[in-house]
Design a binder for this molecule. Structure first.
Ligand SMILES: NC(=O)NCCC[C@H](N)C(=O)O
Length: 307
C-alpha cells in the first residue's frame, strides 16, 4: 500500500511532488479537467481553530467536487477543549477520516502528532510559521498567468508572516525564480526558515533576497505581492508600527519601476493599509483569481495526498 502523504510543510513535498501539485492546480484552474472523482467514498475533516474564508471553503468545496464527504469542526467542537490529549484525538480521528485539514495557528507539532497514526493524511491549513497551501496557490497562479515559473521575478512587500515563509520555501524549489522580500524592520521572515530556503535555492538555482529598506523600490519585477499588516494571532507591541509599515504599502507609484507587474495578495485585503484600492481593484490585480485558485490548489493537494 502507498504511504500516507501529508502536507504540513512545503518540506514534505519533494521537487517532483511540488511541481506536480502546482501544475495540476494550474490545469484545474484552466479547466475543465476530467478527474473521475478520486475521493469518492472518502471523508475529509476540516478543523479550523481560527477564522477562514478562502482556505476552509476551498478545501470544503474542492473535496466535494472530488467526490469526498466532508465533516467540519469549529474551534470548540473537539474534546481537546475538555482536555483530551492530542494523541488520543489523532488516534480516533485517523480511524474515521481519510484527510484532516487543520488550521491550528500554533506550531506544527500537533499536526505531526495526528499524522503519526498513519492512514489519515494531514494538511496544514495555516500554522504560526507556515501556510504551505497558500504558497502552492501562489505558484499555481503565477504558472497559470505567465505559463512558466522559471525566470519570474517576484517582490514581496510586507510582514515576514506564514505566507512569506511558505513562499520562500516553495519558490526556492524553482530553478530561475527570484523573490525579493522587502519586510519592515523587526518583521523579517523567520531566519531559520530563510536559511533553509537559501540552502534549497543554492541547489536549484533559485534566488532569494531580503531587505528592510524601500528607499530604492523593487524594479523590473513580474509580480508585486503583499499581505495584510495584521497577521492572524499576532500582536504588534510597538505602538508606532504603522509608521514602520507605511513605506511598504503597494500603491500605483510602484508601477513606475515595474510597468508590467501583476499584483497578488493572499487576502483578506485592507484597502488603504497594505495596498491602495486603486491597485487591488485595478487592471494589474490578479488577487481575486489567486483567491479562486485556492480551490483548485486544494483539489490538487487532496488528490495528491490520496493518490
Ligand atoms: N489566504 C489566507 O489563508 N488568508 C488568511 C490569512 C493569511 C495571513 N497570512 C495571516 O496570517 O493573517
Amino acid at each position: 500500500m502507498a504511504r500516507t502523504k501529508h502536507l504540513i510543510s512545503i518540506d514534505d513535498l519533494d521537487d517532483d511532488d511540488l511541481h506536480h501539485v502546482v501544475d495540476r492546480a494550474a490545469r484545474f484552474a484552466a479547466g475543465p479537467v476530467e478527474h473521475g472523482r478520486p475521493l469518492a467514498d472518502q471523508v475529509v475533516g476540516l478543523y479550523f481553530r481560527r477564522t477562514s474564508t478562502r482556505t476552509r471553503t476551498s478545501f470544503w468545496s474542492g473535496s466535494l467536487r472530488l467526490g469526498a464527504g466532508v465533516v467540519n469542526f469549529g474551534p470548540n467542537d473537539l474534546q481537546t477543549n475538555t482536555g483530551e490529549t492530542t494523541e488520543d484525538t489523532g488516534r480516533v480521528l485517523s480511524s474515521m477520516l481519510d484527510v484532516l485539514v487543520a488550521r491550528t495557528c500554533g506550531t506544527t507539532e500537533e499536526l505531526r502528532g495526528w499524522a503519526s497514526w498513519g492512514g489519515m493524511s494531514v494538511v496544514n491549513a495555516m500554522s504560526e510559521l507556515e501556510h504551505p497551501t497558500q504558497a502552492l496557490t501562489d505558484l499555481a497562479t503565477i504558472k497559470a498567468h505567465f505559463g512558466t515559473l522559471s525566470g519570474i521575478r517576484v517582490a514581496y512587500l510586507g510582514e515576514g508572516n506564514n505566507s512569506a515563509t511558505a513562499l520562500a520555501l516553495a519558490a526556492a524549489r524553482v530553478p530561475g525564480m527570484e523573490v525579493d522580500f522587502r519586510t519592515p524592520p523587526g518583521y523579517a521572515v523567520d531566519p531559520g526558515v530563510m536559511a533553509r530556503a537559501h540552502a534549497v535555492a543554492r541547489r536549484t538555482g533559485a534566488t532569494l533576497s531580503e531587505s528592510h529598506d524601500m528607499s530604492t523600490p523593487p524594479s523590473g519585477v513580474d509580480v508585486l505581492y503583499t499581505t495584510r499588516w495584521q497577521t492572524t494571532g499576532t500582536a504588534k507591541p510597538d505602538p508606532r508600527w504603522r509608521d514602520v509599515f507605511a513605506p511598504f504599502q503597494v500603491g500605483a507609484a510602484l508601477w513606475d519601476t515595474n510597468p508590467d507587474a501583476v499584483f497578488m495578495h493572499d487576502l483578506p485585503a485592507h484597502r488603504g493599509e497594505e495596498v491602495t484600492a486603486e491597485v487591488l481593484d485595478g487592471p494589474a490585480s490578479i488577487a481575486f483569481r489567486q483567491a479562486a485558485n485556492k480551490m483548485w490548489t486544494a483539489m490538487a493537494v487532496v488528490e495528491w495526498c490520496r493518490a
